[in-house]
Design a protein around this ligand. Sequence first.
Ligand code: WQD
Length: 352
Amino acid sequence: MKKILVTGGCGYIGSHTIVDLIQNGFEIISIDNNSRSSTLLLEGIEKITGKKIKNYKVDLCDFNDTHAVFEENDDIAGIIHFAAFKAVGESVQKPLMYFENNLLSLINLLKCVELFKVPHFVFSSSCTVYGNPDNIPVTEETPTKPAESPYGYTKQMGEQIIGEFAKANKHIRCILLRYFNPAGAHPSALIGELPIDKPQNLVPVITQSAIGKLPGITVFGDQYPTRDGSCVRDFIHVCDLAHAHTLALQYLIHNGNTANPEIFNLGTGSGITVLETIHTFEKVTGVKLHYTIGPNRPGDVVAIYANNDKAKKILGWDPVYKLDDIMSTAWKWEQKLKDDEKLFTGKNIGLN
Ligand code: WQD
């Protein structure tokens, strides 16, 4: 059984990917310093798969601590690197924190990949590398434009760092996966998105507003040159995204990739506006949402969605979840979190 290191394994996409990897026969270890995650999702993974995941609570920005994990696991067959900060709005406020965390962690990890000759490396990149594209949908050949946020720059720079690393280490095969907007939760509602503080992404803002954790939703702008004035995004279910990582790893292991690194867009191929997303949630759940129109959010891309032909053709990837499934699974997860909170509170005061 091949051992795969997942960095950010306690996080949203990392935890869902671990489930998919286990269900496809891989052995997993995780590195996650839990700065933006909790081990709650590891418990969910165990309930779904029956496997207990070993997480090394290590900050990848500390080279020595990272190196020690590789010394203890000299049989790592591949790495999927998720661990990074990822909020566009926050990155505009705190650029240095984003550059230091996202780039230093990547460089330390690649140093260990080189030292320990890990043969396969999959990088969590993002559609934000395209900036504000002139034409949509974007393909992998669409030229990247200046990023609209420091977060986007950390993904662009990360791709460049890996590109030069791959040139100097041709035997180490790399793939860059450019996610569009990950959303939704595992159908079991045992894992999902767990914002540690106030959520910044649209779908968790919607579900927290619907359950009453947030007073309402501010739509960041409705005067954009789009069909209803709000931004356009390509929401991809996190389980579809997770499976794409398994397929990418299998593709590398079977010596598939020609280019090094090879790039794939992971989106559904259809764009939806922010307002349409809100209305879809209301239609699927029957819950009326309260939203107001606010100013544009600095760093936002106006409109983007994927051309995903390459991932479909080469990886054999075929997203199965629809936008309605994103809304229904995200809502089921939010309700589960509330039940757990109630349960927890009940235990606290001796009710059960
Ligand atoms: C989506 C749209 C907001 C919140 C995300 C991830 C990033 C990357 C790409 C993977 C924008 C609007 C949001 C709110 C709103 N994914 N919005 N009110 O910025 O597209 O980036 O996907 O790597 O990691 O952050 O996602 O959900 O923050 O915003 O109107 O309260 O929803 O303006 O148009 P974004 P998002």
